[in-house]
Design a protein around this ligand. Structure first.
Ligand SMILES: Nc1ncnc2c1ncn2[C@@H]1O[C@H](COP(=O)(O)OP(=O)(O)O)[C@@H](O)[C@H]1O
Ligand SMILES: O=c1ccn([C@@H]2O[C@H](COP(=O)(O)O)[C@@H](O)[C@H]2O)c(=O)[nH]1
Length: 202
């Protein structure tokens, strides 16, 4: 199994890049695990309390479960991936069965900052976009898709997203084998990653 880790700050385009990579590959050969699915279950907190959680700190992620799941997949076993709701800001009761694949892509803001997880990646990629681009994209996405208002997005950006990016995410760039510039759509880089994957599948 080939395991590819893709990190980068919020709004840099990780999900978009992953979708573009996967789009033209055989569906049953490639699987995706997103760090977003592994936020700790916050069902015991009220909605107001959940609103105050720092979702950009490594402690907000259940890395133990994420690593255990990746190990299971590498051992040829299926996993029950949690489902996280960004609107409710907690895990849902349901899970999704993910089967082992020849290629697994693991994406998320902090996936290169966790040493144990990082060691499991055969290829480490960091997607870069300037912070102003990322903030604009984040504002548009969170208001449109995650039910947040302008004030909430900006407050969270200043108090958690930006400082955690500087402390944990940006420094993890040094572990990358490949940095994808993504201020603009980067089809060349996407094609290159797809070529590497195809070589492994073939
Ligand atoms: N290169 C790009 N140029 C313009 N918009 C982009 C680009 N890449 C992604 N986006 C948009 O930015 C938003 C955040 O992208 P997404 O892939 O969800 O980022 P991430 O997963 O890193 O948070 C989405 O609305 C997406 O359509
Ligand atoms: O309930 C939540 C949990 C997380 N977030 C934010 O999500 C981003 C990470 O996801 P990306 O898709 O990489 O942007 C992180 O910056 C958290 O602040 C959230 O808004 N709500």
């Amino acid at each position: 199994m080939l395991v590819i880790g893709i990190a980068g700050g919020t709004g840099c385009g990780k999900t978009t890049v992953v979708n573009q990579i996967v789009e033209e590959l055989p569906q049953n050969e490639v699987g995706v695990i997103s760090q977003d699915s592994y936020y700790h279950d916050l069902a015991h907190l009220t909605k107001e309390e959940r609103g105050k959680v720092n979702f950009d700190h490594p402690n907000s992620i259940d890395f133990d479960l994420m690593i255990a799941h990746l190990e299971e997949l590498r051992n040829g076993k299926p996993i029950e991936k949690p489902i996280y709701s960004f609107v409710e800001e907690t895990r849902l009761d349901d899970t999704i069965t993910v089967h082992p694949r020849k290629v697994i892509i693991v994406e998320g803001i902090l996936v290169l900052s966790n040493p144990k997880l990082r060691e499991m990646f055969d290829i480490k990629i960091y997607v870069h976009a300037d912070s102003d681009e990322r903030l604009i994209r984040r504002l548009q996405r969170d208001i449109k898709e995650r039910g947040h208002d302008l004030e909430k997005v900006l407050h969270r950006y200043q108090t958690a997203v930006k400082p955690m990016h500087q402390q944990f995410i940006e420094p993890s760039k040094e572990f990358a084998d490949l940095i994808i510039p993504n201020n603009h759509y980067n089809t060349v880089a996407v094609d290159m990653v797809r070529t590497i994957i195809n070589e492994n599948l073939g």
